[in-house]
Design a protein around this ligand. Structure first.
Ligand SMILES: [Zn+2]
Length: 137
């Protein structure tokens, strides 16, 4: 790779221009961030009008594809997030179902116990009524 020195005596930085007038043309310029010198030199030959138009067209197509890719990535992330939310909800519903099943089991046991208690009370009441009937009659 060829190297150039700028007017400051520093190694010049190589970049590529993507302007419509000089698309895909590499150039050297001063590498200083603050107060760079005026050194500037294209190293690629100037493209013909047809080449330039073709490069500009390709660059615009690439930009459009990159924009579409960014949107698709964003949509993909949205889908992933909504999938995570859905899994989270499903997990919570499963936990709630287990809790409700446990509660139902406890209630069924309670009902069984109450029914048994009721059955015993009814039997006592029945015997009492029969006794009264027998005593009165
Ligand atoms: Zn310089």
């Amino acid at each position: 790779m060829e190297q150039r020195m700028c007017k400051c005596g520093l190694q010049a930085e190589l970049k590529t221009s993507w302007t419509d007038n000089n698309p895909a043309m590499r150039f050297f310029h001063c590498s200083k961030d603050a107060k760079p010198c005026s050194y500037f030199e294209f190293i690629d030959p100037k493209p013909t009008l047809m080449q330039r138009n073709y490069i500009v067209k390709l660059r615009r197509e690439r930009d459009a594809l990159e924009a579409e890719l960014r949107i698709k990535k964003w949509e993909c992330n949205e889908l992933k997030e909504s999938e995570e939310v859905a899994w989270d909800k499903a997990g919570r519903i499963i936990v709630e179902n287990h809790e409700m099943e446990d509660e139902l089991k406890i209630l069924k046991e309670e009902m069984k116990r109450l029914k048994a208690k009721c059955w015993w009370k009814n039997l006592v009441l029945c015997v009492l009524v029969m006794w009264l009937v027998v005593v009165v009659v």
